[in-house]
Design a protein around this ligand. Structure first.
Ligand code: GLC
Length: 531
C-alpha cells in the first residue's frame, strides 16, 4: 500500500508541540447507526462539531475488535475495527475527512498486553507448555503462583491454565502480558505502527508505556525499589523499544508522533522517555492529580516545565481522561486532588463550585506552554456519574465493589433533546442522567455563558495568539493564591483565593471564565489579557 500523505494544509513538522488534542472514547461519543453504542459513523457525522470547537487532532481510545473486558484495552486484532464501531473502510474515510478539515488522527496502541481472544494467545493455550507459542507471553511452570505482584486493577497478576502453567497479566486475566524479549512481539508492533501510519494516522498514544519490560527472573517487588529496579515498571531496556518505534515514525512524512501514557512520580525518569530519539510527548498526570490550590498547581507547573526543558520536549496539559474523575466533580470536592486509590461512591461535591473551577482550569491549562488534551464531554462540563446500576469496569469488580471504577466518566455524550438518550438512537450502553438537558450540545452552543462557548472562545484565541502554545512563561507579581504569568503580550491570571483581585494594567480583556465584578476578578476564575 502506498503511504497516505497528510493533507497539504497539515504539513507543519512541529504541529504536535502546541496541538489541541481531543480524546474520543468512541463507544460514548456519538451513535451513527442508532444502536446505543458510539461508532465511526457517529464521529464522521460530528467532525464539523470538532472543527468548530477548534481542535487540531483527535485521539481515539482503542477501536479494534475486542471482547471489551477492559473497554477495548484488550485488543484481539490490531489491524481491524470492532464491528460495533464500524469497519476499516470507515476508519480510513474518517481519517481523510478529518484531515480535510485540518484535524489529525491519533490512535491508541496497546503494547503491554493483548486480549485473551487474540490469535496469539489462543494459539499459546492450544500449543501447551514449552511451546514456542507460549514464549510470546510470560508462561511459567510452577506449583504455586510465581510471585505476588499486584495488578494495576488490584488483586493477583497470575492465572493458572488447566495444564498447570501460570501466565502473567498486570491488568485482568483477559489481558495477558506480552514478552517484549521476544522478537515476534517487537516485529509485530512495528508492523502495526506501519499499518496505521500507511493509512494516514498522525500519531499513536502508547498505553501503559512504562510497563512493557519485565525482569525475566520475575522477583518480588522490593520494598523501596530504586530507579530502574522495579521488576515490571520503568525498566531501562524499555527505551530501546521506543527508539525503534521513533525510527519507524520518522520514516514517514509529516511528523507522526509518539505520545506516552507514562505514570511516573520521578520527573527525571519521566523525561527520559522524551529524549529526542524516543517519544515526542507524554501525558502530564502530575498537574491533573493536583488539588485546586495555587501553591500546588504552581509547583506542578514549575516542576513539569523544568523536567521537560533538558530534553527540549513540550509539556502536555491534561485535566482528565477516560480513567479519572471528571473535573467539575473533582474540583467541587473538599479534597480536589485525584488518586485512583481514593475513589469512593458518594463523595460529596459542590457542582456549582466545581464547574466554576473547571472553567478557570480550562483557561489556565490552555494558556500553559505546550500541547493540550481535552477529554470528550469536559467541553460540556459533564459531571462524573455516580448512579450507574450495571457497571462494566473491571476496576470496580476487582476492588470487590469498593472502587466505583471508571464508568462514571464514560457516559455517552448528550447531544440534543430534553431527556435521555439525548440524540442517541436506542438505549445508550451506559445510562445517562435525567438532568443533563442543560448540558447538551444543542442547549449550550448558542449560549455565550456555556462551558462549550468558553472552550470555543479559548481555543480560537489560543490559535490566534502567537505567544500561546509552545514556548516559555514568566510568572508575574500577584496577590496571594493567584497564578499570574506572562507570555509575550499575553497575561493569564487565575484567582484561587477567596478574595476578588484587581487585574494588572492591560490593553484588552480577551476572555474571562466568569464576569468581572466591579472590574475585579472574582474567586475561582481566570482572565486572559493583552498587555
Ligand atoms: C491505560 C488505559 C486504561 C486501561 C489500562 C490497561 O491505563 O488508559 O483505560 O484500562 O491502560 O490497558
Amino acid at each position: 500500500m502506498v503511504p497516505t500523505p497528510l493533507a497539504p494544509s497539515a504539513t507543519d513538522p512541529l504541529w504536535w508541540r502546541d496541538a489541541v488534542i481531543y480524546q474520543i472514547y468512541i463507544r460514548s461519543f456519538a451513535d451513527g447507526n442508532g444502536d446505543g453504542t458510539g461508532d465511526i459513523e457517529g464521529v464522521r457525522a460530528h467532525l464539523p462539531y470538532l472543527r468548530d470547537l477548534g481542535v487540531d487532532a483527535i485521539w481515539f481510545t482503542p477501536w479494534y475488535p475486542s471482547p471489551l473486558a477492559d473497554g477495548g484495552y484488550d485488543v484481539a486484532d490490531y489491524r481491524n475495527i470492532h464491528p460495533a464501531f464500524g469497519d476499516l473502510a470507515g476508519a480510513e474515510a474518517l481519517i481523510q475527512e478529518a484531515l480535510a478539515l485540518g484535524i489529525r488522527t491519533i490512535i491508541d496502541i496497546v503494547p503491554n498486553h493483548i486480549s485473551n481472544e487474540h490469535e496469539w494467545f489462543k494459539a499459546a493455550l492450544a500449543a501447551g507448555p514449552g511451546s514456542p507459542e507460549r514464549e510470546r507471553f510470560w508462561f511459567v511452570e510452577s506449583e504455586t503462583m510465581p510471585n505476588h505482584w499486584v495488578s494495576n486493577f488490584q488483586g493477583e497478576t497470575w492465572t493458572q491454565v488447566p495444564d498447570g502453567e501460570w501466565y502473567l497479566h498486570l491488568f485482568t486475566p483477559e489481558q495477558p502480558d506480552l514478552n517484549w524479549n521476544h522478537p515476534d512481539v517487537r516485529r509485530e508492533h512495528e508492523d502495526v505502527l506501519r499499518f496505521w501510519f500507511d493509512r494516514g494516522v498522525a500519531g499513536v498514544r502508547i498505553d501503559s508505556a512504562a510497563l512493557l519490560i519485565k525482569d525475566p527472573a520475575l522477583p518480588e517487588v522490593p520494598e523501596n525499589p530504586g530507579p530502574g529496579e522495579h521488576p515490571n515498571t520503568d525498566r531501562d531496556e524499555v527505551h530501546d523499544v521506543y527508539r525503534s518505534w521513533r525510527a519507524v515514525a520518522d520514516s514517514y512524512p509529516g511528523t507522526r508522533v509518539l505520545v506516552g501514557e507514562v505514570w511516573m512520580p520521578d520527573t527525571k525518569r519521566f523525561a527520559d522517555y522524551l529524549r529526542p530519539d524516543e517519544m515526542h510527548t507524554a501525558f502530564n498526570f502530575d498537574f491533573m492529580a493536583r488539588p485546586w490550590n495555587a501553591a500546588e498547581l504552581r509547583e506542578s507547573i514549575d516542576s513539569m516545565l523544568a523536567a521537560h526543558a533538558p530534553v527540549n520536549a513540550p509539556s502536555t496539559w491534561v485535566l482528565s481522561n477516560h480513567d479519572v474523575t471528571r473535573p467539575v466533580t473533582r474540583y467541587g470536592r473538599e479534597d480536589s486532588s485525584f488518586a485512583f486509590a481514593a475513589k469512593r461512591f458518594g463523595t460529596p461535591t459542590d457542582l456549582v463550585k466545581g464547574t466554576r473551577r473547571a472553567r478557570a482550569a480550562a483557561l489556565l491549562s490552555a494558556a500553559l506552554p505546550g500541547s493540550l488534551y481535552i477529554y470528550q464531554g469536559d467541553e460540556l462540563g459533564l459531571p462524573e456519574v455516580d448512579d450507574i446500576p450495571l457497571r462494566e469496569d473491571p476496576m470496580h469488580f476487582r476492588s470487590n465493589g469498593v472502587d466505583p471504577g471508571r464508568d462514571g466518566c464514560r457516559v455517552p455524550l448528550p447531544w440534543s433533546g430534553d431527556a435521555p438518550p439525548y440524540g442517541w438512537g436506542g438505549t445508550p450502553w451506559l445510562p445517562q442522567p435525567g438532568d443533563w438537558a442543560p448540558l447538551t450540545v444543542d442547549a449550550q452552543q448558542h449560549d455565550p455563558a456555556s462551558m462549550l462557548s468558553l472552550y470555543r472562545a479559548a481555543l480560537e484565541l489560543r490559535r490566534s495568539t502567537a505567544a500561546l502554545g509552545d514556548g516559555d512563561l514568566a510568572w508575574t507579581e500577584s496577590a496571594p493564591d493567584v497564578l499570574a504569568f506572562q507570555r509575550g503580550d499575553f497575561v493569564n491570571v487565575t484567582n484561587l483565593s477567596a478574595e476578588h483581585v484587581a487585574l494588572p494594567a492591560h490593553k484588552k480583556l480577551l476572555l474571562t471564565s466568569e464576569p468581572l465584578v466591579n472590574g475585579e476578578l472574582p474567586p475561582d476564575s481566570t482572565a486572559w489579557l493583552r498587555v
